[in-house]
Write a protein that binds this ligand. Structure first.
Ligand code: 6PG
Length: 250
């Protein structure tokens, strides 16, 4: 694993840096493999990044878009990660509609939605049971509790090691989520994290010793590249924490 941590002075700089990195990874994937597979994160942090991507001139027809997690709601629901990304970005650019692969949250149960999404990924990547496809880019956020995607502390989804997609659980609210092993097979994982409220969890995630099940972002140790892009408000203490593990500050 190649882990890079960058701390940007403020949220605007964080979004601009995230944009530059995502553009670079999309272009590299398309140059090397003729396509780019990207999984989007939800929540509030990535919205300005998606809005910035909408203004770019990229090989949209070569992009295949997935979601690393989704709430079990229709796409027109205000909590929908799909709905947020479509409004902010995907509806504004010429990505062929069949290149966009939302979680089928209209299935009768969260478990069926997870099963169907797994089937769709297996078909897309020609991945048999037991195989884990390597997406080119997986974007992630991190909650104040250290969760990522919908891998919440001390939930069953953290233990799923043989599936691509699991049912997450946020205080009883069902989610559909990439599993840790699927995320860890990505070529490039990019965390985009902003705000002072993330500091306590970041300290635990970056600590040498801490409970992975209490801070699930610790489980993300991809065989490819791992980028942590933080704003100063979130990453302040990390910059001082470990002089042996240089953190690049802009
Ligand atoms: C979701 C996300 C989740 C998010 C974190 C951070 O569906 O909510 O995928 O993992 O990235 O909760 O959310 P914020 O960016 O809003 O802080």
């Amino acid at each position: 694993m190649n882990k890079i941590v960058e701390i940007l002075p403020d949220k605007a700089a964080l979004i601009q840096r995230s944009l530059a990195l995502v553009i670079s990874k999309i272009q590299t994937a398309v140059q090397e493999r003729g396509m780019c597979t990207i999984a989007l994160s939800g929540g509030s942090t990535p919205k300005p990044l998606y809005e910035a991507l909408a203004g770019q001139d990229l090989p949209w027809r070569s992009l295949q878009v997935f979601w690393g997690d989704e709430r079990y709601v229709p796409s027109d629901h205000p909590d929908s990660n799909e709905g947020m990304a479509r409004k902010a970005w995907l509806d504004q650019v010429k990505i062929p509609k069949f290149n966009i692969h939302p979680v089928p949250t209209d299935e009768a149960t969260p478990a069926l939605a997870a099963y169907k999404y797994e089937e769709e990924l297996r078909q897309m990547f020609q991945a048999n049971l037991g195989d884990f496809p390597a997406l080119d880019i997986i974007l992630l956020g991190m909650g104040d509790d250290g969760h990522t995607a919908s891998l919440f502390p001390h939930t069953e989804a953290l233990e799923v090691g043989d599936r691509l997609i699991a049912v997450g659980n946020k205080n009883g609210e069902p989610r559909i989520t990439f599993t840790a092993p699927l995320i860890n097979h990505a070529r490039c994982v990019i965390f985009v994290v902003a705000g002072e409220s993330k500091r306590p969890a970041l300290a635990q995630v970056f600590a040498t010793e801490a409970d992975d099940l209490a801070y699930p972002s610790r489980l993300i140790q991809p065989q490819g590249e791992l980028w942590w892009l933080l704003d100063q408000a979130a990453g302040e203490e990390l910059a001082q924490a470990d002089p042996t593990n240089p953190v690049k500050t802009e």
